[in-house]
Design a protein. Structure first.
Length: 401
């Protein structure tokens, strides 16, 4: 049970021999203080009676104020302890008087920097950009958690849409990260649950169309005559490889080494999730790999020669930059490939992933197996492809009309 007392803080005497009067909460040998805002000279404090004595100005009114504050605090401590006996003195004080305002930006910066320390470079880059955008909007001024209200978020959403010309889904990603920061702040006991503005502010998203290639379009790309040994041929082969090899992401294709290939399977760790994956390759994928097989294989060399073989894999930031540059180069050439193959679709490497998923479901591979091969954390991520295939079948049935 917590105890409450009025104390003269002799340990905080100033040069006028005055000290503050505090209300002290003790529980489980832990102490916390609440200030009354009153300073009293040592000679005017009655230690036994816990009140102001002598000829101190407004003595009666101040003693009445202290007594009322003491009684009020006692009642509130008793009320909160009745609800939960496990509350600490600090939490009791915060429950009664509220938490001190906390600066949002330093907390956000610490979360962003932690991404860098844990080598989550993609998350670091994205979140750093999101916070920089918010700082620009707030002109770099101090921003407290308590300042971010539902009204603040609505105004910021309008700014992102009208000034930054961000799409609905880009705004969603910005707001989602800010919401994540509030959840983290609550878990770390920095804010109260009711201070979360996202309790009254709803995130909005728009459905995006998942582009994928039909069998005929994929064949057009495979049959495209390109100059042997050129980068554009390499990028086409990497794309086709992914459409047969489980829709492997470009970051993982780029990092595949000869040690990851045993002649029939590729064994690797997914860069995005860290999940270990082993995929049996169909003949077409193996033929593509064999096309880039050197006479003398070095297990540490990359299968698809895009990244330098002496790249320091321990340098997370360096790896991220190299992969980003290589991905941009691949996607640039894929647009040229789409034009040459007369495919009227915005071709990027990620479409190989969508293409493999829809092809796999059409060929009768069960959705749980497709989900496993793609390295999805939950099967609901794969269900979007099942809906695409289902819509195709519905459209096919219209032939009976």
């Amino acid at each position: 049970m917590a105890s409450v007392a009025v104390v003269f803080r002799a340990d905080k005497l100033n040069n006028k021999d005055e000290a503050p009067i505090h209300l002290r909460i003790i529980k489980d040998r832990k102490i916390n203080y609440v200030t009354t805002g009153i300073m009293v000279p040592q000679k005017n404090w009655d230690l036994r009676m816990k009140c102001i004595k002598g000829k101190f100005p407004n003595k009666e009114r101040l003693n009445s104020f202290i007594a009322n504050k003491f009684a009020e605090l006692q009642d509130q401590v008793f009320e909160h302890e009745t609800i939960s006996k496990s509350l600490t003195t600090r939490v009791l004080k915060e429950k009664i008087y509220g938490k001190k305002p906390t600066d949002f930006f330093p907390f956000a910066d610490s979360v962003v920097e932690n991404y860098l320390k844990t080598k989550r470079i993609g998350s670091y880059d994205r979140s750093k950009s999101i916070i920089a955008k918010l700082k620009d909007y707030h002109y770099g001024k101090q921003l407290m958690f308590q300042d971010i209200t539902p009204e603040f978020l609505k105004k910021y959403e309008k700014h992102l849409r009208e000034v930054c010309e961000n799409s609905t889904n880009t705004i969603y990603k910005n707001m989602k990260f800010i919401r994540q920061l509030f959840k983290s702040a609550y878990r770390e006991d920095i804010i109260e649950h009711q201070q979360d503005p996202f309790l009254k502010y709803q995130l909005k998203t728009e459905k995006t169309q998942r582009n994928y290639l039909t069998e005929a379009e994929l064949q057009q790309i495979k049959d495209l005559q390109l100059t042997p040994g050129t980068r554009i041929e390499l990028h086409r082969d990497m794309f086709v490889f992914a459409t047969y090899a489980g829709g492997v992401r470009v970051s993982d294709v780029l990092q595949l080494k000869w040690k990851n290939f045993d002649g029939s399977h590729i064994h690797f760790s997914i860069k995005k999730t860290g999940q270990q994956l082993s995929i049996k390759l169909p003949d077409t994928a193996i033929e593509i790999i064999n096309h880039y097989k050197p006479q003398k294989i070095s297990p540490q060399h990359f299968i698809f020669p895009m990244l330098p073989n002496n790249l320091n894999v321990e340098d997370a930031m360096g790896m991220f930059r190299q992969i980003s540059r290589a991905t941009a180069y691949v996607n640039k050439n894929l647009k040229i490939i789409a034009e040459k193959a007369e495919i009227n679709k915005h071709l990027s490497f990620h479409i190989s992933r969508h293409t493999w998923a829809t092809r796999a479901l059409r060929k009768g591979i069960s959705i749980d197996k497709v989900s496993k091969i793609m390295g999805h954390a939950a099967i609901r991520e794969t269900q979007i492809y099942a809906k695409i295939v289902s819509q195709e079948l519905d459209k096919a049935m219209e032939a009976f009309n």
